[in-house]
Design a binder for this molecule. Structure first.
Ligand code: IVH
Length: 670
């Protein structure tokens, strides 16, 4: 096939595939078999491989692909993405209706009722019918560019059925079935579960690696036009039909009504039917249909006056509390957890509920064996609302908190002013284990495949006693463990290896220093640029940083003064874990740095650093390290036995310093 023929065939195939995609994922009405679809797709891939310059971003082959991003670009929304005011009762809805009729001076208003999909608001931009960019809502003005991840959603058209230019808004979400599949998979791997489908959808769309996002089957409903070129529909109902005609997936449950009683009936109908849907809804959205009337009603700073979200009340269920389990956290705090007879609540099975502390058990009058009401509101962890004393049989027993740590048997104490009991034995295995779980968690070193279960397994096998041990694990250590196959061991070791490259704020947060949260860690990393500088800093220097208070400063100094901490740090260093900050430095820190914007070359043997360490330190301070001296070199650092590079630098008149001066520039004594 020559190029011209290929071009023609590629175009045909793309149209055909998009059409079948639409029939399958949007209309749920496929007209060909999966095998036929695969054949078309394979033909397209083969042709595109033969003529790679004909690949365009809107080709169906480009849904999954692309390299991992370093971060998401910011996107300014052409029209702000507002949020909705809430209504919680029938009275709230009546008030909404009265206000609109009063403002508009009319008797009757037409509303469109829609389901409120529990996912993530997104904005999609199409130019001449081609999907060019998708963004999160962000703060409403500026969101993040998640185009690559959105492309993996099969029901999102890469090309529309007409060449329009517009921005549409909708909700990306994870269907219930997919949510269960992913959580079951996570459970098997011992990873922490997603609390609900919305968090799972958000987690997937925020993946920097689109291949990971592609592993999660998300879906999308579009519900509005943000902005468009050309003639705009006059009513919301028309907009919804227009969007559907363009090939978008529009939720079919919408209904136009003219009386507030009909709104109420719609709410009630869907409150009852919500459990049968394949996706989560958390309420109903009521919108004025007439777009000209919307203009008159206008918006407040945060939300439009022409729409309201009716939120379903939090779901509750009754179950029996069988027992109370005690967990010792990373800081030694002891928390009771209720073990419940499994019960379905808002789409997930609930077996446990946190009781927070002893006082709550007493205040709520909870006995072991009680019938309890559990509630789950949105993404909040299930909680016990109260007990049903009338259902007691006399068999119920009061619960007593233990006096000794269930893990290490040391006496639990209640520190001044704290409600929680604490285990204050620093050697308590529970604390160490929880500390490691924190270290590997997503917000910290983000070691995939290392969840609570696997850490516990490693800990119990005696393979890991501190976070540094993770970096010395060998294949032979892991293979004998239960549920560890060749492949999972390889994956695990690879993700441990990958985590060595993390920017240092993740490490700093992962160490679990008291009062140093992820934000504090980022501030420190940005300011100092390197873990060594943070460890050397005294209270005064730490406190001089904006946003670092005396409590955090004190905690950091105390922490790094401990010999056992120093030992862990040195073992992490020896394993090759990165200690420097990889993001942009704060302006003040960068401006102060003697290396900012400088091109530096290292030569000879340094006594205090390896080449790699010295480079990291310079780069952390905004400098660039290159391998050879040229007229662009600003500085040569010459260790002992420096040779030809030193001579060349001298010839070119490049500034040369020795190791001692280098140390001084780093603010470090020799
Ligand atoms: S309309 C200007 N319709 O609910 C109002 N929102 O705060 C634009 N949502 O951020 C929103 N389903 O993420 C609208 N059918 C629906 C919706 C919906 C879910 C979300 C959306 C928005 C939030 C309301």
């Amino acid at each position: 096939m020559d190029r011209q023929e290929a071009e023609k065939r590629i175009e045909e195939l793309r149209r055909e595939i998009e059409e079948h995609n639409y029939r399958y994922y949007v209309l749920d009405d496929p007209v060909i078999t999966d095998a036929e679809y695969d054949r078309l797709m394979r033909e397209l891939i083969t042709l595109e491989e033969a003529f790679p310059d004909l690949i365009t971003p809107d080709s169906p082959t480009q849904r999954v692909g692309g390299e991992p991003l370093p971060y998401f670009e910011k996107v300014e929304h052409s029209v702000p993405m507002l949020s909705l005011g809430n209504a919680f009762s029938e009275e709230d809805l009546r008030e909404f209706d009265r206000r609109i009729r009063r403002t508009a001076g009319v008797d009757k208003v037409r509303y469109v009722c829609e389901l409120k999909i529990d996912g993530l608001a997104v904005s999609l931009r199409y130019e001449n019918g081609v999907f060019v960019r998708g963004a999160t809502r962000g703060d409403g003005q500026t969101g993040e560019d998640i185009t690559q991840n959105l492309k993996t959603i099969r029901s999102l058209p890469l090309r529309l059925r007409r060449p329009v230019t517009l921005e549409v808004r909708g909700e990306a979400f994870m269907p219930k079935g997919e949510f269960q599949r992913i959580n079951a998979q996570k459970e098997k791997r011992g990873e922490p579960l997603f609390a609900n489908p919305r968090n799972a959808a958000a987690g997937s769309l925020r993946q920097l690696d689109p291949r990971l996002a592609a592993e999660r089957a998300l879906d999308i409903f579009l519900y509005g036009i943000g902005w468009m070129e050309g003639e705009v529909p006059k009513t919301h109902a028309e907009s919804l039909r227009f969007l559907a005609d363009l090939g978008f997936k529009v939720n079919p449950a919408w209904r136009a009504v003219e009386r507030i009683e009909d709104v109420m009936a719609y709410v009630e109908e869907w409150r009852q039917r919500r459990a049968d849907l394949g996706y989560e809804i958390d309420g109903v959205v009521i919108k004025v249909d007439d777009l000209a009337l919307r203009e008159i009603l206008g918006t407040t700073a945060k939300s439009p006056r022409w729409a309201v979200a009716y939120k379903f009340p939090a779901e509750e269920a009754v179950t029996i509390l069988r027992d109370i389990e005690i967990n010792v956290g990373r800081t030694g705090a002891v928390t009771p957890t209720a073990l419940l007879d499994p019960v379905t609540l808002a789409g997930t099975t609930v077996k446990r509920a946190s009781l927070h502390n002893e006082d709550i058990i007493r205040e709520k009058g909870i006995l072991l064996g009680d019938h309890v009401i559990v509630r789950k509101a949105g993404d909040i962890i299930p909680e016990i609302v109260g007990v049903l004393p009338e259902r007691r049989t006399g068999e119920e027993r009061p619960y007593r908190m233990p006096e000794y740590c269930p893990e290490c048997n040391s006496r639990l104490v209640r520190l001044d002013g704290e409600v929680a009991l604490r285990c204050i034995n620093p050697q308590c295995p529970a604390q160490t284990r929880e500390g490691i779980i924190h270290f590997v968690s997503r917000g910290a070193m983000n070691i995939e495949g290392l969840g609570e279960k696997v850490v516990t397994q490693l800990f119990q096998a005696g393979l890991v006693r501190s976070v540094a041990d993770l970096y010395y694990l060998k294949k032979e250590d892991l293979l004998p463990l239960e549920r560890m196959g060749e492949k999972s061991v390889e994956n695990l070791l690879a993700s441990i290896e990958r985590s060595k490259q993390n920017s240092v704020e993740r490490l700093l947060f992962g160490l679990g220093i008291r009062f140093v949260g992820s934000k504090g860690a980022l501030i420190l990393a940005r300011h100092f640029g390197h873990l060594d500088r943070i460890m050397e800093a005294d209270r005064e220097e730490l406190e001089s940083i904006n946003e670092i208070g005396p409590k955090m400063a004190d905690s950091i100094v105390t922490y790094f003064a401990k010999p056992e901490v120093r030992e862990v740090v040195e073992r992490l260093r020896a394993a090759g874990v990165n200690f420097s900050f990889k993001g942009p430095r704060t302006e003040e820190a960068a401006a102060e740095s003697p290396f900012a914007g400088k091109t530096v070359v290292l030569t000879g043997t340094l006594k205090h650093f390896s080449r790699k360490e010295a480079s990291e330190r310079i780069e952390a301070l905004g400098g660039k390290v290159t391998g050879s001296v040229s007229k662009n070199t600003d500085l040569l650092i010459a260790g002992e036995k420096a040779g030809s590079k030193l001579r060349k630098a001298q010839d070119l008149g490049v500034q040369v310093i020795d190791e001692q001066t280098f140390l001084e520039m780093l603010g470090q004594e020799g």
